[in-house]
Design a protein around this ligand. Structure first.
Ligand SMILES: [Zn+2]
Length: 223
């Protein structure tokens, strides 16, 4: 078997070499600042079996969604599937019934308009869920913002604000809730230490199942 090429080497102030397989099956190496390239290649060679297995797993996951924005094409909203339906005119330019109804006049700009709609919906839903968990946990973010992030579902700023990607609103509510709890706990515990996961588990005992769902299905949500 051929070696899988290294897509990128990311150097930082870390202590050990780590391998990351991206959702589309590329190999990224994280390495300490001064690690010789030969050592990195030796490490990759040694982990050949693991890399191959992991790349294989990634390829079995659902493929990324490419939209042509045609009638009947499906879109996700809070884990449910909505077929796109083009209407001649409606009460509002985009309306979610049992379908996702979009006025024909928006067609030329539909990608952007749908994204704006998702952002608006995400703002309302994620904000409400975040306030709910903030109330039950006592962790209060300074701000809640919806972003256009592609790679991260949520993040926590150094000033105590939380960011969530609008893409998250496509996932089932229980997955949205997991990402919210994860980021809320980061307000008190910025790392991914044992202490962090113990706190997440205390708030959400079945978080592992939800975390796994996100890992398995994230490509579905990359519109
Ligand atoms: Zn985290």
């Amino acid at each position: 078997m051929d070696d899988i090429p290294i897509e990128k080497i990311v150097r930082s102030r870390r202590r050990s070499i780590a391998l990351v397989i991206t959702p589309d099956g590329h190999l990224i190496v994280r390495a300490p600042l001064k690690t010789p390239v030969a050592l990195i290649h030796a490490f990759v060679k040694e982990k050949h079996g693991w890399i191959e297995k992991t790349v294989g797993k990634m390829k079995q996951r659902p493929a990324a969604t490419e939209h042509a924005y045609e009638e009947g094409e499906t879109f996700f909203y809070l884990g449910r599937v909505y077929p796109l339906h083009i209407v001649e005119s409606g009460n509002s330019p985009i309306e979610r019934t049992d379908r996702l109804c979009v006025c024909r006049s928006l067609l030329s700009d539909i990608r952007h308009r749908l994204k704006c709609w998702y952002m608006q919906e995400a703002q309302r839903e994620i904000h409400a869920r975040c306030m709910w968990f903030s109330m039950t946990t006592g962790y209060t973010p300074k701000s809640i913002r919806i972003t256009d992030a592609r790679q991260r579902w949520g993040s926590c700023t150094s000033t105590g604000g939380l960011n969530f990607s609008w893409r998250l609103i496509q996932a089932p509510l229980e997955i949205v809730d997991y990402v919210i709890v994860h980021e809320l706990v980061h307000l008190k515990q910025p790392d991914h230490s044992k202490k962090f996961w113990a706190k997440v588990k205390e708030i959400m005992p079945d978080y592992e199942r939800r975390k796994e769902w996100l890992r398995e299905n994230e490509r579905l949500l990359r519109i």
